[in-house]
Design a protein around this ligand. Structure first.
Ligand SMILES: Nc1ncnc2c1ncn2[C@@H]1O[C@H](COP(=O)(O)OP(=O)(O)O)[C@@H](O)[C@H]1O
Ligand SMILES: [Mg+2]
Length: 245
């Protein structure tokens, strides 16, 4: 589904992502882990077109994404959320989703025509992320966890085939983290969406991912099933800081 080939990105001589390659199969729940500063967000920004790599390429179902602008990448079927909140804080939950749907339908370019089944689509997305009750609430007044749920609805509005979530649970309590991860997993399974995500809670990562890639100093040092990664010597030494013998 998604193929990342030897991406490299430097910032004024500092290599943040170094020859990173990943293969994400359709239906995979693929986690990218690594300590702070390992290059996870940079890697995601390279995949989504928010940053241009120095070298390497990304393809989605064989189609090259590298070189396309972020909105064009979204239209090819790749949705994302950011590590920091990116919703319209002064608009209601309902309006936020409405705008995301308009943005998607701008493809067909008929702003003057009401969107087909718009209300049902909004209601359905809000139900999916469990925000039905908050439809009329201004987004800035939602709890942090609920703003993240709204962000997820906005990403889903684009009907992505692959969803990239950069630390979807950053700043959440352990309980919110667990609920949120379970909700995300349920949604991607129900919708048949392929998921590539970063997450700091290792219990959650090893509990839900079927593939894990480990980044360290911008390079992928291991990639495989949770068991393979758990048993990988380099990962234990470098990432978990627990040398084994
Ligand atoms: N725009 C930038 N300019 C300079 N350095 C950057 C920029 N973005 C990220 N970096 C650096 O690249 C490294 C990787 O950052 P990042 O991708 O955010 O890591 P992670 O998401 O794994 O914590 C860090 O050392 C960070 O300081
Ligand atoms: Mg990050």
């Amino acid at each position: 589904m998604l193929e990342v080939r030897e991406l490299t990105k430097s910032f004024s001589g500092f290599t943040a992502v170094n020859q990173a390659s990943l293969t994400v199969a359709e239906g995979d729940i693929h986690a990218v882990i690594g300590p702070n500063g390992a290059g996870k967000s940079t890697l995601f920004n390279l995949i989504t077109g928010h940053l241009i790599p120095d070298s390497g390429e990304v393809t989605l179902k064989g189609e090259r994404l590298t070189g396309l602008a972020p909105h064009a990448v979204v239209r090819r079927g790749l949705g994302r959320s950011f590590q920091r909140i990116s919703v319209f804080l002064r608009m209601t939950v309902w309006e936020n989703v409405q705008i995301a749907l308009v943005a998607k339908d701008a493809r067909e370019f008929c702003f003057w025509k009401p969107l087909q089944n718009e209300k049902e689509k909004i209601a359905q997305l809000l139900e999916t992320v469990r925000l039905e009750e908050e439809a009329k609430v201004v987004a800035g007044e939602l709890s942090y966890g609920k703003q993240k749920q709204l962000e997820l609805a906005l990403a889903l509005a684009g009907e992505p085939r692959v969803l990239l979530l950069d630390e979807p649970t950053a700043g959440m309590s352990p309980r919110e983290t667990e609920e949120s991860i379970l909700l995300i997993t349920k949604i991607v399974k129900e919708r048949g969406v392929t998921l590539l995500f970063t997450e700091h809670d290792m219990n959650m990562v090893f509990g839900i991912a079927n593939r894990i890639s480990v980044l360290h100093h911008g390079a992928v040092i291991a990639s495989g099933t949770p068991d393979e990664v758990r048993g990988n010597h380099a990962v234990q030494e470098v990432y978990l800081g627990r040398p084994t013998h």
